[in-house]
Structures are given as C-alpha cells and as structure tokens.
Unconditional design. Structure first.
Length: 618
C-alpha cells in the first residue's frame, strides 16, 4: 500500500488577513519539512457578520469570501481540501521554543498531520530565522495562483506604490468591529483592546515621524482617519482609500489593494496583533513596528490624554480611548480612583457598553468594597438593564471555546464564601447566574473547562440552599427559575472532567491553591486567600470522600477511562505554574509546626526564576 507524506493544512475560517497568513505559513512549513501542502477555504457558517449592526460606520472585514473570488481554479484543484473541517485553533503554542523539526515526528496533531497557524513562526520556533523565513514567504506569495481580478488589484497597488519615489511610512489603525460592535466590546478584556489602536494615540504618535517622510494611513474607520489627517496638517499624510481611483473595486478587493500597498512601505506602524498588517509584513520587506511595544506605557498614556478632549471623534472612538487609558493606568498601577475615573468617562460616552460597569465592579472587588458592588448591581436591575449586563458578562465565543469575559469571573470566586453570600444578595444573584450558565453549557465547553469553571460548579452545588432562598426572598419579581444541581448530575460532570487530563490537574488541590495564590492581586486578597486556605483544603477532602462513595455506589457505572496518553499528558501538565506553586504551598502547610512557610517565599522565587530562564510554559 502506498504511504502518503503527512500534510500541513491551512484551515482557518476567520478574516482574509489571518487566513492568508496561515496559508503562507503552511507553504513555508511544506517547503522546509517536505510535507504536503493543502488548504481549506470555507465560508464561515457562524460568522459574526450576521450579528453586526453598525457596519455603516466602518469597513467590515469579510470572513465569508468565496475561494473562487481569490484563487485560480488550477490552484484550488491542486491544493484545496473539502474533506477537512475549518478551525481557528492550533497547537503550535504548546511547542513554543522548540525546533520546527518537531513537526516531522509523531505524535501528529491530526491523522493527516498538522494544522498551520497565522502567527510569525520566527517567534514560535527557535530555529526559524526571520530573514530566511520572510524570504520564503515572499516567494510563496508569488507562487500562489490568484484569480484574474485579484492579480489586477495587486498590479494596481504596485503601480500606486511606485508613485512614492522616496518610499512611505504605513500606519495601520485597526478599529472597526472592535470599537463599534457588541462582540468587539465583549472581547476587549481578553485580547481585542490591544488588537485595535486608539486614534487619539496615533494622532500624537505621528508627531514623532519625520516631516520629510510621506505617511499613508490604512484604516477601516475612514471618518476618524480624515479627522487625524486634518489634525496633523503639517505632515504629508495620505489615506489609502483616497489613492484608489478605481471605483469598481469590491470591498474584498479594496482590502487586498491596501494589504499589497502596505507591504511596499518602509515601515509599518501597527497595533498588537492584526492579521491585516501581519500579512503585509509577511509579503514585503517593511520593518514592523508594534505601537504598543515601540512606545512606553506612559508615552501611550500621555499620547491619548494630550488630545482626547480636542479631537472631535465619534463617541464610540472616545469610549474606546478611555478604556485604553484605564488599561494603561491599571498596568502602571495608578490609583484605583484614577482607573475608575476613566471607566466612568468611557461609560458616559457609550452608556450601552456594559464592559465599563463590569470593569468597575472588578475594581471594587479588589478593594473589597462589597457595598458599592451591591449598589451598582441594584442600579442595573432597577434600570431594567440586567439582561444587557448578563449578555456582556456571559457572552461566549464557541470557536475559541471560552466565555469572552471569563477573566471577570475570578472575583466572584475569590471573594465569595457562605458568610458573604448570605450578606450580599445582589452579588450572590450574579454569582448564581454565572454558575448556572456554566452548568447549563457544560456539554459545549467541557473540553475547555478551567479550574474556575470547576470551582463555580462546586460553589453552586455546595450552596444551593443559599441561592434558592435568596432568589425566592429578594428576586421573585425577576421571575428567575432556580435550577437545582443534584448530586448525581454534579458527580457525573466530575467523572467526565477526571477523564480529561487537563481538567483532572485543574481540579487537584495543588492547582486550586496555586491558582488562588496567583490570582490574588494585592496583599489584602493574599491574606484573604491564606485565611480561607484551611476551608479550601477541608472542602477538597470532603469532595474526594463523597466522590469515592458515589463511584462505589454506582458499581463501576461511571468508571474512569485512562490510557497511556492520558498519563503522559498529566505528567506534562504538572509543570503548570499554578500546580507547581500549589505543591510547595501544600508541602509548607504539612511541614512540622508549619515551619515550611518560612522557606516558601524562596522556593516560589526559585520556581518563577527557573521558568523565566528555561521557559517550559504551558
């Protein structure tokens, strides 16, 4: 029987830039490792485009573009695969710091081989050198057989670039859906805020660019780009779309025109991680300058402050700029009052964006100001905004396998115990609704459950009497049905999680303690964590006892199914920082007269320094 070489497949289904970056990386890996190249280009069935309501205010990215509009039929016939599904998840991050040669060895990610990623491979694999890598990417771009219309667009962009005899600087201002749409707002806290860039920041940044150098601004918010151009009138600034005189170009062709034109620049100033500017960098010789890395935090902070009350930008853009001021203030550890001020100003500009209220609550949790949180949640309910509040708090990205705002859930876990649940009914209500949503959506997210999800289910299971009483006593007018999490359903979930090596580690006592320690953001939360540690240990032991009885009574109905690969993965996951720290905490706690705590700071410092030197992150 003939044996085929393994494949490297590009099968993303998001925006054009990310898809093409993944495709070029697949071609690169194919050449370097002698793997078969293939790609999947399918319309995104659950595209966010169907949810967008503000597309009249910006140029919307298209993730439903047809392959026949982009590629020549010969290229499609030779390399396209219909038998492989689309996915935006890849596992290269698990092998970061390794040699790219590891992709030639078993075990492969899939039966066909590996799935490509959209990221810069020179930042992932230790033997991928930037200069050679980019050279092969440029060659691969030229080898792609595009459709006649795309070739026409590429030629047009190249001709425009030649008009700039001394070259030009490109500034890519990613904005669009991140600033204008609900789904963009819901992802601000996990990654989207840094994927975009503030127009206020860019307006000040432009002053640092030489007056003799031509500048082309590429943006999906043309009106805001024009405001910047007029504000910086002393500079020789062009807008990419104003250079496009051919009015027959479709929206997708305009995107390709801008990417190709941007690739001809001397330097590309861009935001955190946009596929649009990354693709231009891949196929050209431009120097890549990430605005968020090139300028210091305090510079970026001052850039926005300098003109936030001067530039006549839209309220959505101003709201986003205030949110970035909050982010910078938080990262530079400015006072909580300063952070709250920026969130309040942002909420005034865009009162429908609940991320500002959610972030305020997060700060008050850190300050342990439960009365203020109670007041905020009560005001939300009294205004009739509970549904929109919960929609933002509990919104999910099924393609990413996560709640968009899961980072906000921790505060409800780290602060809530039986006493506080009884004392603060409004906080208890939101805590219950988070836990209930995690329970209801278990089957959709079980392969991605973190320690946080498990702890919420435990909190929901252990304190059902409190939640039931509070709902009936204080919130009967909301007509919320209390859903009981019975013993059998709870332990059935635990069985499924224990058959998942990652969930098993994250449900271990070591991981729980290490996780709680790391998530303590200040000395008050740290002391609170240590104060509650005995109850966490006691509760964990009780869970193990009850779980053992449950399995015994079921006569192997719910047997734990484990194989060799399961234990290999468990061993790997025990290198997780939370687990390692938790092990040291347990050892200190169990030491003679607990004297081990005296050595704990040194041991934790050793773990952290060792990881910084040798890596081994998961």
């Amino acid at each position: 029987m003939k044996r085929y070489k393994k494949m490297i497949i590009s099968n993303r289904d998001d925006g054009f830039g990310e898809r093409m970056c993944s495709l070029l990386n697949a071609m690169y890996i194919s050449k370097i490792l002698n793997l078969r190249f293939g790609f999947v280009w399918k319309k995104k069935v659950d595209s966010l485009l169907y949810e967008y309501t503000e597309t009249d205010k910006y140029l919307c990215c298209n993730d439903c573009i047809d392959k026949n509009d982009i590629f020549h039929e010969d290229f499609i016939k030779k390399f396209h695969r219909d038998d492989i599904s689309s996915s935006i998840r890849h596992s290269f991050f698990k092998i970061k710091g390794s040699s790219i040669q590891i992709l030639k060895n078993k075990p492969y990610e899939y039966s066909f081989g590996w799935q490509s990623c959209q990221e810069d491979l020179s930042l992932i694999f230790n033997d991928v050198k930037e200069q050679q890598y980019r050279k092969i990417l440029r060659e691969s771009w030229k080898e792609i057989q595009f459709s006649s219309r795309v070739n026409r667009v590429i030629s047009y962009a190249e001709n425009i670039s030649r008009e700039f005899k001394n070259g030009f600087i490109a500034i890519h201002i990613r904005s669009g859906d991140i600033v204008f749409e609900f789904k963009g707002h819901s992802r601000w806290l996990i990654f989207a805020a840094y994927k975009a860039v503030s127009f206020n920041l860019v307006a000040s940044m432009i002053e640092f660019i030489s007056n003799s150098q031509d500048i082309i601004i590429f943006s999906d918010d043309i009106e805001s780009a024009r405001i910047i151009k007029n504000h910086c009138s002393k500079k020789n600034i062009f807008l990419a779309q104003e250079l496009l005189n051919d009015k027959t170009f479709s929206k997708d062709e305009i995107d390709i025109f801008e990417i190709v034109l941007m690739s001809k620049s001397l330097e590309i100033y861009h935001s955190g991680n946009s596929g649009f500017s990354r693709l231009a960098y891949f196929i050209g010789t431009s120097k890549s300058i990430c605005i968020y890395k090139y300028f210091s935090k305090i510079q970026q902070y001052n850039f926005i402050l300098n003109n936030i009350k001067i530039l006549d930008l839209s309220k959505k853009q101003k709201a986003y700029s205030y949110f970035m001021l909050f982010i910078f203030a938080r990262e530079m550890r400015f006072s909580k009052e300063r952070q709250l001020y920026f969130l309040e100003q942002g909420s005034k500009e865009d009162p429908n964006n609940q991320i500002f209220i959610l972030s305020q609550i997060e700060i008050y949790f850190i300050m342990r100001n439960y009365k203020k949180i109670e007041h905020l949640i009560q005001s939300i309910i009294n205004r009739g905004d509970l549904d929109s509040f919960l929609k933002m708090l509990l919104t999910k990205s099924y393609d990413l396998g996560c709640y968009d705002n899961f980072v906000l859930f921790n505060s409800y876990l780290l602060n809530m115990n039986e006493k506080l649940l009884n004392q603060y009914s409004y906080i208890s209500l939101i805590t219950y609704l988070i836990g209930q949503d995690i329970y209801i959506n278990f089957d959709k997210f079980k392969n991605f459950y973190e320690n946080m999800h498990i702890c919420f289910l435990e909190l929901l299971f252990r304190h059902q009497d409190i939640f039931s009483r509070i709902l009936k006593k204080y919130f009967f007018a909301l007509k919320l049905d209390f859903k009981e999490l019975n013993t059998e359903d709870y332990f059935k979930i635990i069985v499924q999680l224990k058959n998942n090596p990652e969930a098993r580690i994250k449900n271990s006592l070591a991981y729980k303690l290490g996780y709680g320690f790391i998530k303590s953001k200040n000395i008050i939360q740290m002391l609170f964590f240590l104060y509650n540690m005995n109850s966490v240990i006691a509760q964990h032991k009780e869970n193990i006892t009850e779980f053992g009885k449950f399995l015994k009574n079921k006569n192997n109905t719910y047997r734990l199914k484990r194989n060799k690969n399961y234990y290999i993965e468990v061993k790997r996951l025990r290198n997780h920082l939370s687990y390692l720290i938790g092990v040291e905490i347990i050892n200190s706690h169990n030491s003679f007269f607990k004297l081990g705590y005296l050595l704990l700071p040194g041991k934790l410092m050793y773990i952290i320094i060792k990881r910084k030197i040798y890596g081994n992150r998961i």
